[in-house]
Design a binder for this molecule. Sequence first.
Ligand SMILES: Nc1ncnc2c1ncn2[C@@H]1O[C@H](COP(=O)(O)OP(=O)(O)O)[C@@H](O)[C@H]1O
Ligand SMILES: [Mg+2]
Length: 239
Amino acid sequence: MLDTAAIEVENVSITFDGVRALDRCTLRVEKGESLGIIGPNGSGKTTLLNVINGYYRPEDGRVMIFGRRIDGLPPHRISRMGVGRVFQVTNVFKNMTVLENIMAQGVWMKERKNLRSRALEIMDLVGLPRNLKDELAGNVSGGQQKLVDIARALLPQPEILMLDEPVAGIHPIIKEKIIEVVDRLRRDGKTLMVVSHDIPSILRMVDRLAFMNAGSILMVGDPDEVRRSSKVVEAYLGV
Ligand SMILES: Nc1ncnc2c1ncn2[C@@H]1O[C@H](COP(=O)(O)OP(=O)(O)O)[C@@H](O)[C@H]1O
Ligand SMILES: [Mg+2]
């Protein structure tokens, strides 16, 4: 028997105001694999992540997490099944401290023992210096806020983590940190989905690369092959 995949998206479609954001989109992510997704603006990458974590309900098709059908379930239920998400736009609580931001994620968790010490360990894991713990999150740099977002997503110890453009617009030093954190999660066997326009960065974070265009996955495979393929080059250059 084939091992169950971490994520299976089968023929999923969704339309907004007549625009088919996902058009019979099909994708399989194996357990412990890190999959990158590239594709032009508006090709449906963020929508795909939103369907997987329950923000959007597909009109058609199905979504499975570890073999269990989840389309139609609310986001908090999907989150409890071990799916974490880091959004493109940082969404820290600016008037709470860095540590409080991370601990606040605990409200979604069943097991809340040692929340503070776990939050501190996660700060170490993502490379947030502990002396920032009492700093208001609104006062740390944009890149550090992104690290706070990643730390929050990691607090419930998700098996699957989806990151949407994690290095876009981030200062090079923090960008390097983020790439290292994601790469470490990959080596620790987490299942990852990473959406990014930054090809050199994404190549350091993923095992396979998928190319998305007009709401469907056109190609999945070895990262170098995918990015060099004529389909991908044409879609980006519009030739
Ligand atoms: N909530 C929404 N309401 C209306 N249109 C949306 C919504 N979400 C996505 N779309 C549309 O779906 C298409 C795909 O968007 P998106 O998934 O954000 O693309 P990408 O992340 O690849 O840039 C775009 O045409 C976008 O305008
Ligand atoms: Mg997007």
